[in-house]
Design a protein around this ligand. Structure first.
Ligand SMILES: C[S@@+](CC[C@H](N)C(=O)[O-])C[C@H]1O[C@@H](n2cnc3c(N)ncnc32)[C@H](O)[C@@H]1O
Length: 330
């Protein structure tokens, strides 16, 4: 995807306020923090601007990907209000406005007051209408505290920064605020996956329905092996992004793990399977790795002889639902 032009311009305006070498230095610091698995520190304005340039575009694309999936799987859900917990610059709120907007209310909470002004500035430039209906709260989300109910609650790249007991408590409290749906997203690493698995278990204990990616509410079959459930999203890179991250590709791929939960619906079909790896498209057949409604990992081979399934399998992409035509193979 391409970042919306106004958002791109708002990021550029923030980046223009510091010299390019300071930006590259701060971006390298962020990169080191992520590589070391310790949460990045946003102690300086430079580090926050580096996040806008180097991380926000990919995380925005990831949130748009996930929220489009929610919109597709639950078209009846209307999202008018969003609660963005551990919001940083409001990446997830901007994505929710892009997919479901115009939002009528957005509440963004973070324990780092340094983000408040930066977020207001970015939002005023990128989405003035959203800025006008947004509220900010400074809150340590590890501590008990309640927010009002919102249609959609999002925890984007924030839960993994907390210890596991605090994270579970936060998932339970956040779920209590979710009128129609809740999204949790983490980096697509084994660590990010473990955070999602624990959050998913807490949501199931709270009687939530898992909308995606799992087609079942049983134990995650990938917790028993070396693999981890993750997907990817692509975003076009601006030249500044390339320079700041010293990258040469015109796009960036961000891997992520996620879960979408919604209040349980009566007698809901658990749904078909999810494609959990890049389909292997060979000559005469396609290999799909699936997480199935029965809660198992299965590899299916779809031959050219199953014409309709084969045509669908050729077009299938990692992360999508696999739903072959009736009568043909699963
Ligand atoms: C990696 S940033 C993600 C920001 C944003 N959600 C996004 O997706 O771009 C993690 C955010 O979580 C916030 N955070 C971490 N621990 C927190 C806590 N205990 N209470 C509130 N916010 C917290 C940080 O201040 C930071 O803004």
């Amino acid at each position: 995807m391409k970042l919306p032009e106004p958002l791109q311009q708002a990021i550029a305006a923030a980046a223009d306020s510091i010299p390019a070498p300071a930006l590259a230095h701060a971006a390298a610091g962020l990169g080191r923090a992520y590589a070391g698995a310790s949460p990045p520190s946003f102690a300086s304005p430079e580090s926050r601007i580096a996040y806008l340039v180097a991380r926000l575009p990919a995380i925005f694309a990831v949130n748009c990907w996930i929220l489009s999936e929610l919109a597709r799987l639950r078209p009846e859900i209307e999202v008018r209000s969003v609660l963005d917990l551990g919001c940083g610059p409001g990446t997830a709120t901007l994505a929710a406005d892009e997919i479901f907007g115009p939002l009528q209310t957005a509440t963004m909470a973070d324990n780092d007051p340094g983000w408040t002004r930066m977020r207001a500035r970015v939002m005023a430039g990128a989405a003035p209408q959203l800025a006008a209906v947004s509220r900010s709260a400074i809150a340590d989300l590890r501590r008990p505290g309640r927010f009002e109910q919102h249609d959609l609650v999002i925890l984007s790249y924030a839960l993994g920064e907390m210890d596991s007991a605090s994270a579970t408590g936060l998932v339970e409290r956040a779920w209590a605020c979710a009128r129609h749906a809740m999204v949790i997203v983490e980096p697509g690493t084994p660590r990010g996956f473990r955070t999602i698995v624990a959050a998913r278990a807490a949501l199931i204990d709270a009687r939530a329905d898992i909308v995606a990616p799992c087609p079942h509410t049983g134990q995650c079959p990938l917790t028993r092996g070396k693999d981890w459930c993750h997907f990817d999203a692509q975003v076009e890179r601006t030249r500044r992004h390339q320079r700041t991250k010293a990258g040469s590709l015109s796009y960036e791929i961000e891997k992520f793990s996620y879960v979408i939960a919604a209040p349980a619906e009566a007698a809901k079909d658990p749904g078909p399977a999810r494609i959990i790896k890049h389909p292997l498209k060979k000559s005469g057949h396609v290999i799909l790795d699936l997480c199935t409604a029965g809660g198992a990992i299965e590899r299916v081979i779809i031959s050219k002889r199953d014409q309709d399934s084969y045509r669908l399998a050729r077009a299938a992409r990692w992360g999508e639902i696999w739903s072959p035509p009736e009568g043909e193979m699963k």
